[in-house]
Write a protein that binds this ligand. Structure first.
Ligand code: BGC
Length: 281
């Protein structure tokens, strides 16, 4: 067991090169889980579209890092909640790389408030990016996959969609009703798309992260006191690292997962195992 989990870091684990020749688009790829996933997919051999919003600096940094490691990437700005921007992004992606094989629906945000204080704007903003954004991007990716069909030299599937969900697709979360609702929605969005698209050989799955060390939850891990409290929720006794999510996404996108569709892979150190019952409840 890690004795000082607050400062512990995992040694770098090599990503297998299982996505050679494939093109991936990762939304919200300029920071956090999206950044790690974009870098991970590139390490696996995919060419990567790095979607971002706002100043390009951080996305450029991801593109540069991928390039320095011998990969290929392109930054494209789009607000995933805006239909025309999403459509333009997918057109530009295919124009640049010639195809699309993997969508990682990652862009997500929190705007926390108690139910009684939550504004409609806080509700709509989170549902718009986290849920509507995933719908719009999945729709555009699917249109491309259907047009392309299957190229067995590249993949047994016509395309893959990986939704980044959360443990909060099943764990209710007081003070975060907009966020938890968006993630609960992603669960049924993912499963329904998987059911609808399986006969086209389009695989749709989710990765549901627990607490991962990213800017979205900084206050939950950036002080020893907060980290101590967080550990009580995690049987595995360490916070997740963005790389933990990248590894899961790469596997779900790979041929090794070809018979996997409609599944949520929880990558949460056991957060969904009801840790309150560890000690007999
Ligand atoms: C949230 C984090 C939170 C984690 C576990 C994630 O989906 O974005 O803020 O720490 O769930 O509660």
């Amino acid at each position: 067991m890690v004795t000082d989990p607050f400062t512990a870091r995992l040694p770098r684990r090599t990503i297998p090169r299982v996505l050679n020749g494939q093109v991936a688009l990762v939304t919200g790829a300029s920071s956090g889980l999206g950044k790690a996933t974009a870098i991970g997919l590139a390490a696996a051999g995919a060419k990567v579209v790095v979607n971002y919003i706002g100043p390009i600096t951080a996305a450029d940094e991801v593109v540069r890092e991928i390039g320095e490691a011998g990969g290929e990437a392109l930054a494209i700005e789009a607000n995933v909640a805006a239909e025309s921007e999403v459509m333009a992004m997918f057109t530009a992606a295919v124009k640049h790389f010639g195809a699309l094989h993997i969508l990682v629906n990652n862009a997500g945000m929190q705007r926390d408030a108690a139910l009684v204080d939550m504004t409609l704007d806080q509700w709509n903003t989170v549902i718009g990016v986290n849920l509507t954004g995933q719908f719009l991007c999945a729709r555009e990716a699917t249109r491309i996959y259907l047009r392309q069909g299957i190229n067995p030299e590249i993949s047994a599937a016509a395309g893959k969609i990986i939704c980044i969900s959360s443990v909060h697709e099943v764990i209710p979360w007081a003070g975060h009703v907009n966020y938890a609702s968006s993630k609960g929605g992603i669960m049924m969005l993912m499963k329904t798309m998987a059911q609808e698209l399986a006969h086209h050989r389009i695989r749709v799955n989710s990765v549901a992260p627990g607490a991962i060390r990213t800017p979205i939850n900084r206050e939950a891990w950036s002080t020893p006191e907060a980290y101590e409290k967080l550990l009580k929720l995690m049987p595995y006794q360490r916070i997740g690292e963005p790389d933990d999510i990248a590894h899961a996404v790469v596997w779900l996108a790979s041929e090794g997962a070809d018979y996997v569709t409609g599944a949520t892979l929880f990558v949460d150190g056991g957060m969904t195992l009801y840790p309150g019952f560890e000690d007999n409840g």
